[in-house]
Design a protein around this ligand. Structure first.
Ligand code: ADP
Ligand code: MG
Length: 695
């Protein structure tokens, strides 16, 4: 057995390989580009490309690809081989600096929301040297950004990098006020916990809904669901354990710090958590993780479902975005410090996050909105669609004491003065975390729990970084003018707590009373993608995002369109799949069972004069359900037809929400009832109990 320490990162062109393969001069120049974003000289690019190619060929690679993250939500790649014809009719392997730095995929079919006219449809890809190149399946992968020729971002990486830069700039201004002149950069880090389901591949193939849409569109609840809670952290079955071991190995080779694995709440549900990384690398790694998860599953006769809600009535899958801010000098700015001065700085950053989350609730909500995630948010399992922050009782009490100029704690006599007094000790609440909060402080980081399992983490982090950058800017603007720093700092924190404490909620987020309470507090509750997505175009959001250079106005409108289109298309495909399954599989199967039962009655009656009460009742009920399914299918078909007649995407999304989804629910309800009454052998595809307990 190979040692993990030996193969970890073996497929990555990382620091170690750079040092070993590049000249000192080239290495230093590349490092400057990585650390400070200085432009790369073409001679340096040529040298890096040559070293990358030699290393990749040694590892068996024959191709390279510019790997990017278009607005489809998955990654894209186009492979070119290194071969170049030589005069003697043979080939040599070549890869130039130009090919490394810039690519031109013929990518005119990616969604651009109208940003690219067709005549200039080819966006270009640009190397992101801050994320390491790697080898996968015989190809050298180069992480890249994807832009239009006029400079608009067509992907999720460009705005993510811009948001990190915006936060960096404003955080440094704030840190200077505290005398931190040695800090050169501030970065956000993320550790995304990834949930997923595993189902048997043969069973999966029999279900059109899973194959076409990634989730079951029909299916009655099994006799046993998750009520026993025996799956959560339960012992891992051999087949799953083998999958997980194989997955870890593949991820480790790619330099991904896969750390924790366990069973989740629902049967067949599992989680993988990596050790956190700088946000843009965490985003790249999470995309890769999702891809590798699916691929490794195939080798084990399994399918990895990343959909947010593969099974109705069973917990869905999310992704917890553990997020923090730290300096290049190694200080976590969301970690309470030990001196009065560190505490004051911590409280200011904490206040900034509180205000940012309150001011931009809608942006955070819409950053995680998809048709799939709509099934989770607001259901009785995931965080609600309402954004609130959990701080824990003790930290909340400290903030209250500051707000009210009151002494903190039962025994404390004096009220606290920021910048002068030490923050009272409070426990970091690491054991008793509130799992129902959408945005929870967990000691030295925030955990944003609303992301869907299939979401790219980029969107959530773009909006989070941008919102915090905006508030830090406001704070810096105010405090830079101050002539009495400690007093003004105290006043600012106090005022921020007073104005934004409505967003703090330490109670149970699943409780119905919270919905009412949140409404009283004026918090927004945007239930569906159709409700929240258009808010990105609100003036306050456009102003904020453009002022920090995260998006241009055109990019914002185009993104809104793309996200709404994704929503409409996903639901429309689901509706069509339901119609197909109902007409070709479910209704015929139930009808056959009803017919067979009815003929059995005829046979029985021909033998003797019996009532056949059971069969008669069954046939009557099934016949009623068949009619119900038939008419519900007809209604659903008509919504599919009507959707085509609607022009504006915003109207389409409202139609999907108000007409199509309710029509789907109606058909499903009838079919699920029929399923519970139909003999298993007649049913055309595996039922929930088989899918959930079949691995
Ligand atoms: P949980 O109980 O939610 O599983 P863990 O303590 O296991 O929480 O951590 C969850 C994630 O938080 C891990 O991916 C971890 O690497 C990440 N994490 C820890 N510290 C930070 C940080 N400073 N910034 C971002 N993520 C962090
Ligand atoms: Mg967590």
């Amino acid at each position: 057995m190979e040692k993990v320490t030996e193969y970890f990162g073996s497929m990555v062109f990382d620091e170690r390989i750079m040092k070993a393969t590049l000249s000192e001069k080239v290495y230093k120049s590349l490092k400057r580009t990585i650390d400070r974003g200085t432009p790369l000289d073409i001679s340096v690019a040529n040298a890096v490309a040559a070293a990358m190619k030699d290393w990749a060929i040694e590892k068996g690679a024959t191709h390279y690809t510019h790997w990017f993250q278009p607005m489809t939500g998955v990654t894209a790649e186009k492979h070119d081989s290194f071969i170049t014809p030589a005069p003697d009719g043979r080939v040599i392997m070549e890869f130039s600096g130009k090919e490394l730095v810039k690519g031109e995929p013929d990518a005119s079919s990616f969604p651009s929301g109208g940003l690219r006219a067709t005549f200039e449809a080819r966006g270009y890809t640009a190397w992101d040297p801050t994320s390491y190149a790697f080898i996968k399946d015989g190809t050298l992968y180069i992480p890249t950004a994807f832009c239009s020729y006029t400079g608009e971002a067509l992907d999720k990486k460009v705005p993510l990098l811009r948001s990190m830069e915006a936060l960096n700039k404003q955080a440094i201004r704030v840190l200077k006020l505290f005398g931190n002149d040695n800090v050169r950069s501030v970065r956000t880090s993320v550790g995304p916990e990834q949930e997923y389901f595993l189902v048997d591949r043969e069973m999966y193939k029999k279900r059109k809904d899973l194959v076409m849409t990634g989730r079951t569109l029909f299916g009655a609840m099994p006799p046993k669901g998750q009520e026993m809670e025996d799956h959560y952290f339960g012992s891992i079955k051999t087949r799953v354990a083998e999958y997980m071991a194989d997955l870890d190995k593949e991820l480790w080779k790619l330099g991904i710090l896969a750390k924790t694995k366990h069973n989740e709440v629902a049967p067949a549900q599992h989680e993988l958590a990596p050790i956190y990384k700088t946000t843009n690398i965490a985003a790249d790694h999470n995309q890769l993780t999702m891809e590798v998860m699916k691929k490794v599953a195939e080798r084990h006769g399994l399918v990895c479902l990343l959909h947010e809600k593969p099974f109705e009535g069973v917990n869905g899958s999310g992704k917890h975005n553990n997020w923090s801010i730290s300096t290049d000098t190694g200080v976590n700015l969301l970690s309470p410090g030990e001196t009065p001065y560190e505490n004051a700085q911590f409280l200011l950053f904490l206040a900034a996050v509180i205000k940012a989350v309150d001011d931009y609730q809608d942006l955070l909500r819409l950053s995680v909105a998809t048709a799939g995630n709509d099934h989770r948010l607001g259901a009785n399992e995931a965080p609600p669609a309402i954004i609130s922050i959990f701080l824990g009782d003790e930290l909340t009490a400290i903030l209250e004491a500051i707000e009210n100029d009151a002494p903190y704690g039962g025994t404390a006599k004096e009220k606290m003065k920021l910048g002068v007094d030490v923050l009272p000790q409070f426990s970091k609440d690491t054991t008793d975390r509130n799992r129902t909060s959408p945005f929870a402080f967990t000691g030295n980081k925030f955990e944003f729990r609303m992301l869907g399992s299939s979401n790219s983490i980029s969107c959530a982090n773009i909006h989070l970084n941008a919102a915090v950058a905006e508030v830090l800017k406001q704070f810096a603007d105010e405090l830079e003018k101050s002539t009495n720093f400690n007093d003004d700092l105290h006043a600012l924190i106090k005022r921020t707590i007073k104005e934004h404490k409505r967003i703090i909620f330490n109670g149970n987020g699943y409780d119905d009373s919270w919905i009412e309470e949140a409404e009283k507090r004026g918090l927004s509750n945007l239930k569906t993608t159709a409700d929240c997505m258009p808010k990105i175009c609100d003036k306050k959001n456009v102003d904020m995002l453009t002022s920090h250079g995260i998006f241009t106005e055109a990019e914002i409108y185009s993104r809104c369109d793309i996200m709404l289109e994704n929503y409409v298309k996903s639901v429309n495909i689901e509706a069509q799949t339901m119609v197909d399954m109902a007409r070709k599989e479910i209704i015929p199967a139930v009808a056959k069972f009803a017919a067979d039962t009815a003929s059995a009655v005829a046979v029985k009656k021909s033998v003797s004069e019996v009532a056949c009460k059971y069969e008669t009742k069954l046939v009557t009920e099934l016949t009623a359900l068949i009619d119900e399914m038939d008419s519900a299918t007809t209604v659903l078909e008509s919504t599919v037809a009507d959707l085509k007649k609607i022009d504006a995407i915003i109207d389409q999304s409202a139609f999907v929400r108000d007409k199509m989804i309710p029509a789907m629910d109606k058909l499903r309800a009838a079919a699920d009832s029929a399923e519970t009454m139909t003999a298993e052998e007649y049913y055309p595809f595996p039922a929930y109990d088989q899918l959930l307990f079949g691995v």
